[in-house]
Design a binder for this molecule. Sequence first.
Ligand SMILES: Cc1ncc(COP(=O)(O)O)c(C=O)c1O
Length: 401
Amino acid sequence: MKIPSQVEHCIRELAAGGGTLNCYIYDTRPMRGKIAHLAAIMPEGVEIFYAMKANPHPAFLKAALEGGARGIEIASLGEAEKAVAAGFAPDQLIYTGPGKSMEELHWGVEQGIRTIHIESLLEAHRLDAICAELGKTQAALLPTNADFDIHEAQTKFSGGSKKFGVDEEKLGDVLPQILALPCLRFRGLHVYAASGVLNVVDLLKNCELVFDMARRIERDYQGVVCDIIDFGGGFGVDYLETGHDFDPDAYAAGLQKLIDRYGFAGRTFFLELGRYLAADSGWFCTEIIDIKESRGKKQVICAGGINHFRRPAALAINHPMAIVRMHRPSWFDGQEKVRDEAVYFGGPLCTGADKLANNVLVKAADVGDIAVFGYAGAYGLTMSNMEFLSHGRPEEIVIGE
Ligand SMILES: Cc1ncc(COP(=O)(O)O)c(C=O)c1O
């Protein structure tokens, strides 16, 4: 991985200030560029929402707002409040995710958010009751657990038994009951197959499948139109640096062909993207505190571990990384160092699970150098075990917007 010069410059400035370096550095210009590019290439009717679970930091919300995202995909009241504080209007919010509380549903209806994605029949009944109480109607999408599995995805949201949405084969039973609820306005389907998908063909297969489902519904239920179709997120990033990144242009071209083939022009298509928009706008930078040799392998211990950057351990993959050399003096003769070898990077937590990376080939690293992990703008601090062992919170530094 090549560390951008502005990131390295920031690291050197921070290091010069003294203290142990352990922080996220954000530059959201790549995210703005990606939103602008997607807006330019996607077929008519496609709306880009930022899935803020990827990174709820205000700089990322600002990049989404100013970069031209249509809105924010929220999955909690806490996210809703942050999105509104960042300047998004309630009608720019779409509310997904299982297990919404009565308070959360109430807030959504009262504020008039764009769509609420009803995860179960019970949630539909709760939502309908709240709407009746408030004298309002609510646009709703139906998340569907399609009988479709993208094998190579990092995380799967459909296929098999899932906590997300309603099983595709139960639609015939569930949909008429939802259509009968007086305060819900059924607008269409939400089928999110998987996250971290690099293969455009797989994601387009998901789109085709949803189009088939929409057609079946419209054939079976007179007067019902799926005028909004939400494909979820899922655009991947090349964590393993294989050189084969997700190709948004191929996706856009493929989606246009599908829209034409199904005669679905004039409808609205949601994309709720997290990882693809945010990942390359952040770096996790953590100082090497100790290096030890243990039974033939170097153990490199950093200031922050899964408490600050949990994703590599949680998903069992290495993020791209590089070392910023600091050339600090040794504490004693014979102090361990790393030279042209494959090593383990861990944090300071007292658990074997505290892994940042394993078997990473490193040219040179010494105690006091800074390990920099790339693609850390998405699912970095936000999905970490911050409280475990009560270390402090790493600073989040914004160097470019
Ligand atoms: C409902 C929903 N939408 C969007 C996303 C964002 O997915 P991604 O980061 O793969 O784009 C997620 C991620 O878990 C999700 O659960």
